[in-house]
Design a protein around this ligand. Structure first.
Ligand code: NAD
Length: 500
């Protein structure tokens, strides 16, 4: 464990790098080996207030910068991210524990989002529509809203900030960003590069610190009009409550309990590949991770045997590893507690189920990829979000029971079905109640130009990415232009316009 010589970092407020007003700090620790990555300001309400004041002041000018010019800043940011991709991926491997190819994918998603939202600077389409009256023109235009509070988790430390901050900026808002306390250095690098791309002072501010202090104040601050949060269901509920008094726009991306269906007619080798990637990629810490595999009985034994064999071939942290550590000690303990819960519920532990140690793993937070068999759809391990490398095999009789099982959880983020029957595939697309559905692929692999988000307790009806993101960060103004030169009265009965 190395702590000596770790660099100190600051908040970024009104274009200046500054310490927390109270002078407190916290450390970012590598989950791979316990090294200290850096020391960060542990901020308080006072720091948030200063950042919001800066963002509010900057808004008056930024909203008037032509949207295509705002977009050009994002194109430059995409270029800088591309140049720094390897350095960022390597930092992500150290600070968050993602294996290198996945860390590169995380950065690539931000590059893609930056190009996509940069292009939005030349679209931001509104509507024109006929008027009820002669010599009158109607249109609706998207308007920026003001100061946005962006609160992010640690599991996509570059991609998720990009999903929020880039559409917010191109739409003409200014931002106060609170990164997760497990990945503050990646948040810091994100802000440094976006600043280097040419953002004016105060347009983007970063305030480091905990959810209870920085996050809460951001949500309650009267001058923050929009809150965009990705995190757990519990945090989402707390944020929604805190924001209610101020009637904020609140955009929530919350937990998941994603499922893959494997029918009797599926290509089982393909399904196994999809399950291993979806269940154990990012050590099961993706919001779309497949923590349930719902298998028709005819395929169950063969699938179980192939899946356990493939899982036992996965390598934990090594130079060319497959599965990295989980984010911190608390996560390791929570994941293991669900192993105990699963055993207690009568599920059959097929592989894993323990902390991984030896071979240099002891100073990090590693858990063996874990599979439970013979799981009932209503067991806690099949209903609750574990957020680790644990998946549950649930045998079912037929297609209808499989669909019911997928839909039986409170979350609704991502689902998938492996089948060669086109009719069943289309029925699944219609009947799976999730925001994202894959056919013959795992539960992960979203692309930035499609809406991203979930039904039920996964959110509150908004979507991230694609055109849908613009609805979070703009409000509509409807504009009526009368060029008749006389008073034309609408919404009143006249001889010219009698009521029907
Ligand atoms: P978390 O809820 O603990 O924290 C998320 C962020 O909210 C952090 O920055 C945290 O400091 C902040 N926060 C915590 N309490 C707060 C409060 N009271 N007010 C304001 N801010 C507060 O989540 P996490 O552990 O960082 O991330 C894992 C969770 O995120 C999982 O549930 C996962 O499913 C979810 N997630 C969802 C998506 C999605 O798109 N649906 C994507 C990634 C992660």
């Amino acid at each position: 464990m190395a702590t000596v010589g770790a660099s100190s970092y600051k908040n970024y407020i009104a274009g200046e790098w500054v310490d927390a007003a109270g002078g407190d700090t916290f450390e970012s620790i590598s989950p791979a080996n316990g090294d200290t990555i850096g020391v960060f300001p542990k901020s308080s309400a006072e720091d948030v207030d200063r950042a919001v004041e800066a963002a509010k002041a900057a808004y008056e000018e930024w909203r008037l910068v032509p949207a295509p010019k705002r977009g050009e800043t994002l194109f430059r940011f995409a270029q800088l991210l591309t140049e720094e991709k390897d350095e960022l991926a390597e930092l992500m491997a150290r600070e968050m524990g993602k294996v290198l190819p996945e860390a590169g994918g995380d950065v690539q998603e931000a590059i893609d989002m930056s190009f996509y939202m940069g292009g939005e600077g030349r679209r931001l389409f509104g509507q024109t529509t006929p008027s009820e009256l002669r010599d009158k023109f109607n249109m609706s235009v998207r308007m920026p809203i003001g100061v946005v509070g962006a609160i992010t988790p640690w599991n996509f430390p570059i991609a998720i900030p990009s999903w929020k901050i880039l559409p917010a900026l191109v739409c003409g808002n200014t931002v106060v960003f609170k990164p997760a306390t497990d990945t503050p250095l990646l948040g810091q690098r994100f802000v440094e590069l976006l600043t280097e791309a040419g953002l004016p002072k105060g347009v983007l501010n970063v305030v480091h610190g905990g959810g209870g202090e920085v996050g809460e104040r951001l949500v309650r601050h009267p001058d923050v009009r929009v809150i965009s949060l990705t995190g757990s269901r519990e945090t989402g509920v707390a944020v929604l409550r805190a924001a209610a008094e101020g009637l904020k726009h609140v955009h929530l991306e919350l937990g998941g309990k994603n499922a893959i269906i494997v029918l009797d007619d599926a290509d089982l080798d393909l399904a196994v590949e999809g399950i291993v990637w979806s269940a154990f990629g990012t050590s099961g810490q993706r919001c779309t991770a497949a923590s349930r595999v719902i298998v028709q009985r005819g395929a169950y034994d063969q699938l179980q045997q192939k899946l356990v064999a493939a899982t036992e071939r996965l390598r934990l942290w090594e130079a060319d590893t497959d599965v990295g550590p989980v984010i911190n000690k608390g996560a390791l303990e929570k994941i293991h507690s669900y192993t105990e819960i699963g055993k207690g519920e009568g599920a059959r532990l097929l592989t894993g189920g323990e902390v991984a140690s030896g071979n240099g793993l002891d100073s990090g937070f590693y858990y063996r990829p874990t599979i439970f068999g013979d799981v009932d759809a209503d067991m806690r391990i099949a209903q609750e979000e574990i957020f680790g490398p644990t998946t549950a095999l649930i045998p079912v009789a037929d297609f209808d029971e499989a669909i019911r099982a997928v839909n039986s959880v409170k979350y609704g983020l991502s689902s998938s079905i492996f089948t060669r029957d086109v009719n069943k595939a289309f029925r699944a697309m219609r009947d799976l109640n999730t925001g994202i559905t894959y056919i013959n692929a795992g539960t992960i692999g979203a692309e930035v130009h499609l809406p991203f988000g979930g039904t039920k307790d996964t959110g509150n009806g908004h979507r991230e990415a694609g055109q849908a993101a613009l609805d979070v960060f703009t409000e509509w103004t409807s504009i009526y232009v009368d060029y008749s030169g006389k008073l034309q009265r609408a919404q009143i009965d006249t001889e010219e316009h009698p009521s029907p």
